[in-house]
Design a protein around this ligand. Structure first.
Ligand code: HEM
Length: 454
């Protein structure tokens, strides 16, 4: 059987690349409507020369179940190299990836999550205390502040808040870049120009801060510390003497990966959830009742449905290291295959009435496998999946127990913007907060208008 790429648009490569970088959801939706559930995009670096997009559950299963030696996710994530560093768990493959994952996973295992819950509750309360009712709250910014503080505490432990404050603006600047900035990692000459130069300088300054923190902690270790840095510094010493200790460069790359991957994504999911709740008073009322009843399942379903209806990460890529057949297509080695989270979540056969925001989907029986995949899958499934669901549920509960949410006057919907690699609400998912009279008082339905949708 000879190799052939599935059909795709005939637009020049540069046009496809620009559309992919700046208008991805619209491009993918249009291509799926035109070519069906498998199609090929031809792109320029830093993206793949041939990107074959899959969204059928059977095809997604084939990709996620593939041998990691045949399908390199690290190579598929090369676009993130300049930011995360070559040792990052997101950028490596096979043995190096397996080692990084083995060392990082315990910090996000179920037992560790139970330990973080109290911390997340405390930080959520402090942040929500500082909000002013009545004004339109930019929930994306507020959630980024909150989730950044949470992940910094989880990664660094209870170190001096003034030290954490040094990191925050540097990390925010990285999160805030538009996808075109990622081209700087592939074409180093770009790094001499305005925005790319500033991005490089910011990354260098962040690395310096991280190396400083690593040196400080090496000099004054906390052997029993539960934070990620203490755990990683303990590798290869004491009880864990079987492993090779991590170098400073490895530590830097894993820390920056967790700090970035671990906050912007959850912040985006939460801000989409607030937008959807503000747009749908009936769902919001049900979520409030669930909070009063201590029913975390429904609150978590709100978050899961926000991740379905408003995709946070659009897809998970794998670069084929050899010729392979996927979805019946014989593809040459070097092809990048993408499981499209965005298209899988919008498929009307698997998610009836996909535009409707309905947390009940996650309560009425289990969803079919590979139809809800916000965290990717297989050996590369997101390390922080359980953590972000726990964090998001705690934050939603804190906000819903104290406020009703409504859309600001004149706001009816929210468009998507890609920031770095995350799909965020373009207008920041602004909502107006109204303080609830008493935490345990029964509430009147907020209003009866039907929800508005984009
Ligand atoms: C709503 C929140 C989140 C979403 C939607 C999300 C989504 C994803 C996706 C799609 C992947 C790629 C999976 C694949 O290739 O199959 C991923 C990987 C990863 N995520 Fe998340 N993530 C979230 C939160 C977090 C958090 C809180 C952390 C850390 C605390 C985290 C750390 C990571 C890491 C380290 C990887 C790389 C895993 C590997 O390559 O082995 N993520 N995430």
């Amino acid at each position: 059987m000879s190799t052939a790429y599935p059909p795709g648009p005939r637009l020049p490569r540069i046009a496809q690349t620009l559309l992919y970088a700046t208008a991805r959801p619209r491009l993918l939706t249009a291509m799926c409507a035109r070519y069906g559930e498998v199609f090929t995009l031809r792109l320029l670096p830093p993206y793949a020369e041939h990107l074959v997009v899959f969204s059928r559950p059977e095809h997604i299963r084939e990709v996620f179940a593939g041998d990691p030696a045949d399908m390199h996710a690290g190579e598929g994530n090369r676009v993130l190299g300049a930011v995360m560093g070559e040792h990052s768990v997101l950028l490596t493959d096979e043995a190096e990836h397996a080692r990084a994952r083995r060392l990082l996973m315990p910090a996000f295992a179920a037992s560790a999550l139970r330990g973080y819950r109290g911390l997340v509750e405390q930080i959520a309360t402090e942040h929500v205390d500082s909000w002013t009712p009545g004004a339109a709250l930019h929930t994306l910014d507020r959630m980024n502040d909150l989730t950044l503080e949470v992940i910094m505490r989880v990664v660094f432990g209870v170190s001096d808040p003034r030290r954490r404050e040094l990191f925050a603006p540097r990390l925010r600047r990285i999160v805030n870049i538009n996808p075109l900035m990622l081209f700087g990692g592939i074409w180093p000459r770009l790094q001499t120009l305005g925005p790319w130069r500033r991005m490089r300088e910011n990354q260098d300054a962040l690395s310096e801060l991280l190396y400083g923190e690593i040196a400080r902690r090496r000099a004054d270790p906390d052997p029993g510390g539960a934070d990620v840095l203490s755990r990683l510094l303990a590798v290869g010493s004491g009880d864990d003497a079987t492993d090779v200790p991590l170098s400073d460069a490895e530590l830097r790359d894993q820390l920056v990966t967790l700090l970035l991957a671990g906050h912007e994504t959850t912040a985006s999911a939460l801000s989409w959830a607030f937008h959807e709740l503000a747009a749908d008073p009936l769902v919001q009322e049900r979520a409030y009742r669930a909070v009063l009843d201590g029913d975390d399942k429904y609150v978590e379903a709100v978050l899961k449905e926000a991740m379905r209806r408003r995709t946070v990460i659009g897809g998970a890529g794998r670069k084929l290291t050899r010729e392979m057949t996927i979805g019946g297509w014989r593809l040459p080695g070097g092809t990048v295959v993408s499981t499209s989270i965005l298209l899988a979540h919008r498929n009307a056969d698997r998610h009836p009435d996909p535009e409707r925001f309905s947390p009940e989907r996650f309560l009425d029986g289990a969803l079919a496998p590979n139809t809800w995949l916000p965290f990717g899958g297989g050996v590369r499934r997101c390390i922080g999946a359980g953590f972000s669901l726990m964090e998001g549920t705690v934050v939603l509960r804190e906000v819903l127990s104290r406020y009703t949410l409504s859309l600001p006057p004149g706001v009816h919907g929210e468009r998507v913007r890609i920031r770095n690699i995350t799909h965020v609400p373009a207008g920041g998912a602004r909502v107006v907060l109204t303080a609830r009279p008493r935490e345990d008082a029964p509430v009147d339905p907020v209003c009866e208008v039907s929800p508005t949708r984009t």
